[in-house]
Design a protein around this ligand. Structure first.
Ligand code: PEP
Length: 256
């Protein structure tokens, strides 16, 4: 049975103390769920203390970003090699990194390769913006982002990569974004799967594909039931431990 991933991206929220309290609450309520991989992505500063508190049988840690060089004169960056033993996953190419920090496909490709080299699973985010969708460019954007992010990934390594489809126009509905319908998501799943098949053939069948964009406890089930979707990447709703746990419970019920 393939795993269902429930990944909470806390972004630049919750300080170290708040993160630790959240984790404490989560660990009190979280049972081992066969088939559900629960992952939280706190700020970089909180990763190390949480790695000492976490129970890896029930929960894993993700970094929200990394730099691809192992060391050197890169002020303010965190190397992926320094995350070894601390983070199990790393989110790469999130739309906020692409749009606010102007990360390019080359940066993203180097980060994916560095994560694989260091045995940390990359969660490669792709997704079109509102205007790209309006101008009918979704297919081209998803293809370019996949080609860009995966160009250093061999067929053999493909099974160590997770893709997260996050339409930028559907991120943060609490701040005005629209919700993607399951049909919208299914159409993009087809584009992504076709592209991966063209690139990697049969090996693409087993590559996990997550959905992200204003997921909450009420809509999580509908997104998880879309064929080809193997999990969720959750921003805002993951900041409230009770909501995150409710989404994990939904995942448990959906895979039963
Ligand atoms: C995200 O930014 O990855 C995300 C999915 O955020 P939200 O769930 O808040 O839309």
């Amino acid at each position: 049975m393939s795993k269902t991933y429930i990944v909470g991206n806390w972004k630049m929220n919750l300080n170290v103390g708040e993160s630790s309290l959240y984790l404490h609450k989560l660990l009190k309520r979280l049972k081992i769920a066969r088939g559900v991989e629960v992952v939280i992505a706190p700020t970089t500063l909180a990763l190390q203390p949480l790695s000492l508190q976490i129970d890896r049988k029930r929960l894993k840690l993700a970094a929200q970003n990394c730099y691809y060089q192992d060391f050197g004169a890169y002020t303010g960056e965190t190397s992926i090699s320094s995350l070894k033993g601390i983070a199990d996953y790393v989110i790469i190419g999130h739309s906020e990194r692409r749009n606010i920090f102007k990360e390019t496909d080359k940066d993203i490709r180097n980060k994916v390769a560095a994560a694989l080299r260091n045995n940390i699973t990359p969660i490669l985010c792709i997704g079109e913006t509102e205007s790209e969708k309006t101008f009918g460019e979704t297919e081209d954007v998803l293809r370019d982002q996949l080609l860009g992010g995966l160009s250093e990934v061999s067929t053999e390594d493909l099974k160590k990569v997770i893709i997260a489809y996050e339409p930028v126009w559907a991120i943060s509905s609490t701040k005005g974004a629209r919700l993607a319908s399951p049909d919208d998501v299914a159409a993009s799943v087809k584009i992504i799967k076709d592209q991966l098949k063209a690139l990697y053939g049969k090996a693409a069948d087993d590559m996990p594909l997550l959905y992200g964009g204003s997921v909450n406890p009420s809509n999580a089930g509908a997104y998880l039931m879309i064929p080809g979707i193997n999990g969720l990447l959750i921003g805002g709703a993951s900041l409230i431990a009770d909501h995150f746990i409710d989404i994990i419970d939904v995942a448990r019920r959906v895979i039963k």
